[in-house]
Write a protein that binds this ligand. Structure first.
Ligand code: PS7
Ligand code: MN
Ligand code: MN
Ligand code: MN
Ligand code: MN
Ligand code: MN
Length: 362
């Protein structure tokens, strides 16, 4: 049922910004700095996908029900009054879905061209997420596992949950007239996909221990299985006696993420609007700073919740103004990662990815 004041148009708009500021630290800020034409559509795009992800992340929703909700989410956003109350009490953004009618209201108030992009991406992401929700283990039917076996699976999953965001955002930038139509050409759409994949891969690397605690492993098995004792599960990476193997695995996946950087830089060099540029560049700069923070760092396997320092985040925002400044920052991080890599030479910490780190940083 609709909230009592949901017919008051300013109420649903205010509630959306309330939720944006509750659910996201970094995106809330960059979204609200956007030119007015895009600020509201992208705020609503964010909240729609945050709602979808709150369904994906909840391990208490029965498997078949979860798949149905994920696949139909793109239709739910057209149903005035739609809410979702089946999340577990402990789900972080449960409130957003309980009051989702405010997001639906605002979605329906957007220009049709914006609605079409948001609904199309929501449909593709919801089906992709649903494909990756695998059958529960026979032992415990309530636990849904995600199976990322090959590096191709890893690339496909990150395409669904983040690459599609980059693609949809690009379509919104073009639809607004703030960016040139050529930004939407097939080559740039592939670059936009990699912009999202890069952010998502860094999130997956950073959250290894947190996700493991929730029963999910997003690191591709093809990679981690090479680094654990034969037949051992991914949990073995979090054992202190395996720390050298865990670092070798991490470093191999850091290289995989770094390989997206040249295409991300090419994408950013195509942006002409100042606020769109900073909206794109700030999360990318935070991501490469995070990669540098965690490269070859055992902390990632010992404690959850480590982030880059707040002061560093502020410093990065100040350096996000133009492409030359962004490139200088990237150079600094590539040099830093390469320096840490070189320090491993001749120690027992050296591993197979040494040469690849060196060439990728170069
Ligand atoms: C700019 C071309 C619409 C701005 C921004 C909500 C973060 C939540 O947080 O592990 O650890 O629980 O469950 C490309 C953002 C990609 C996506 C994906 C940049 C929508 C964002 C829903 C493209 C962000 C990548 C799940 C899915 O991970 O997260 C340009 C706007 C961008 C939302 C992100 C997140 C996926 C996610 P957590 P999870
Ligand atoms: Mn999530
Ligand atoms: Mn998720
Ligand atoms: Mn279908
Ligand atoms: Mn995560
Ligand atoms: Mn999480």
């Amino acid at each position: 049922a609709a909230s009592p004041s949901v017919s008051d148009p300013s109420y649903s708009r205010r509630m959306c910004y309330h939720f944006l500021n509750l659910t996201s630290r970094s995106f809330a800020r960059v979204i609200q700095e956007l030119d007015a034409e895009l600020r509201h559509p992208i705020c609503i795009f964010y909240l729609v996908l945050r709602g979808l992800d709150t369904v994906e992340d909840d391990m208490t929703i029965p498997l078949e029900r979860k798949k149905e909700v994920l696949q139909n989410f793109h239709k739910s956003i057209y149903q005035r009054g739609w809410t979702f109350t089946e999340n577990g009490e402990s789900e972080k953004d449960r409130e957003l879905l309980v009051k989702f009618d405010v997001v639906v209201n605002e979605f329906l108030s957007l220009k049709e061209s914006y609605q079409t992009v948001i609904a199309d991406i929501t449909k593709r992401m919801g089906h992709g997420m649903s494909d990756f929700v695998s059958r529960p283990l026979q032992t415990d039917k309530s636990i849904h596992h995600i199976e990322i076996t090959t590096k191709a699976d890893y690339n496909l999953y990150t395409h669904y949950v983040a690459g599609l965001v980059g693609i949809g955002l690009t379509e919104l930038f073009v639809a607004s007239g703030l960016e040139r139509p050529s930004l939407g050409a097939p080559h740039n759409i592939e670059l936009a996909n990699e912009m999202g994949q890069f952010l998502q891969k860094v999130n997956i690397l950073k959250d290894f221990l947190e996700d493991l605690g929730e029963g999910r492993v997003f690191w591709p098995k093809e990679v981690w299985s090479k680094h654990v004792p034969k037949g051992a599960p991914a949990e073995a990476l979090a054992k202190e006696e395996n720390i050298a193997r865990a670092l070798a695995c991490l470093n191999e996946l850091v290289v995989d993420a770094l390989e997206h950087v040249p295409n991300c830089l090419e994408y950013m060099s195509c942006i002409q609007n100042q606020t769109v540029f900073q909206f794109c560049a700030i999360p990318q700069m935070m991501a490469i700073a995070t990669l540098d923070r965690f490269f070859n760092d055992p902390t990632l396997f010992r404690t959850t919740g480590t982030k880059i320092r707040r002061g560093l985040a502020v410093k990065l925002m100040l350096k996000s103004g133009d492409m030359d400044s962004v490139k200088r920052t990237y150079e600094q991080y590539a040099l830093s990662i390469n320096r840490k890599n070189a320090q491993r030479v001749g120690t027992n910490e050296q591993d197979d990815s040494f040469l690849k780190v060196s060439t990728t940083c170069a």
